[in-house]
Design a protein around this ligand. Structure first.
Ligand SMILES: *Cc1c(COP(=O)(O)O)cnc(C)c1O
Length: 236
């Protein structure tokens, strides 16, 4: 992993890039947050993130996050950005401040139940497979209305918005399309349900420009900050 000074240089570079993109389209530069993605990076990546003022990090594997969560003593918040299996739902509710990858009624109901048992409302995003890529998790766009309704009716869930993963190594126009679909879906649902659903988590190191231009409010950035990841999941 990168040194702290390399990480700070990278962060400056990402921020400058983000600011330039925002300026070019007339968005406020503080309207897009960066979520540092620390998956398959050592615990140090979380310490680095905290030292420069981030308040949460993204992890994609529940057990890996648990390992880090158990030994980390700081104030960092945790966001789950990887697929959640129902047998890990309780643990996920215990660890994560927000689960960005809710993509079925079954998992939604389990999260609601465990959050109720823990007496702590769970913040969630619904993950939508806007590219209809069979290799990706996420709801088909046509399934989203029903899940929004279920989330709003659940007692222990706070639905804050939506998340999607762009198509890898595709032309910018194609990835822009997958992001625009999510923003338009959110706008329609916000109107229909009379709720803002403000968060649009979309864009990563390689496709953040088209995501921001399409209305992203949170880009999830790993390698552009920390360098290459280890190839397998790790516990600490
Ligand atoms: C790994 C991951 C990221 C970060 O990817 P980078 O290319 O390293 O920026 C973002 N979102 C999700 C869902 C991921 O799994």
């Amino acid at each position: 992993m990168n040194s702290f000074s390399q990480f700070k240089d990278n962060l400056l570079h990402v921020r400058q890039n983000l600011d330039a993109i925002c300026l070019s389209i007339g968005r406020k530069t503080d309207s897009v947050k960066i979520l540092p993605v620390t998956k398959r990076q050592p615990l140090e990546a979380i310490n680095f993130s905290e030292r420069v003022g981030f308040s949460s990090v993204g992890e994609n594997v529940v057990q890996e996050a648990q390992g880090k969560h158990d030994i980390y003593n700081g104030t960092m918040g945790w966001e789950l950005i990887g697929h959640l299996q129902s047998n890990k739902a309780r643990l996920a509710v215990e660890i994560f401040d927000r689960i960005q990858t809710v993509d079925s009624l079954k998992i939604l109901q389990r999260i609601d139940r465990f959050a109720g048992e823990l007496g702590n409302p769970q913040r969630i995003l619904l993950q939508v497979n806007t590219s209809r890529d069979p290799a990706k998790h996420g709801l088909a766009p046509i399934e989203v209305d029903a899940l929004v309704e279920a989330a709003l009716n659940a007692e222990n869930l706070v639905l804050e918005g939506f998340m999607t993963i762009g198509l890898f190594s595709s032309a910018p126009s194609v990835s822009t399309q997958t992001f625009t679909v999510l923003r338009e879906l959110r706008d329609r649902l916000a109107e229909a349900f009379g709720q803002a659903f403000p968060e649009l988590s979309m864009g990563m190191s390689g496709d953040l420009e088209s995501a921001v231009k399409s209305g992203s409010t949170m880009i999830r950035v790993g390698t552009a900050l920390f360098g290459e990841r280890r190839t397998s999941s790790l516990n600490t």
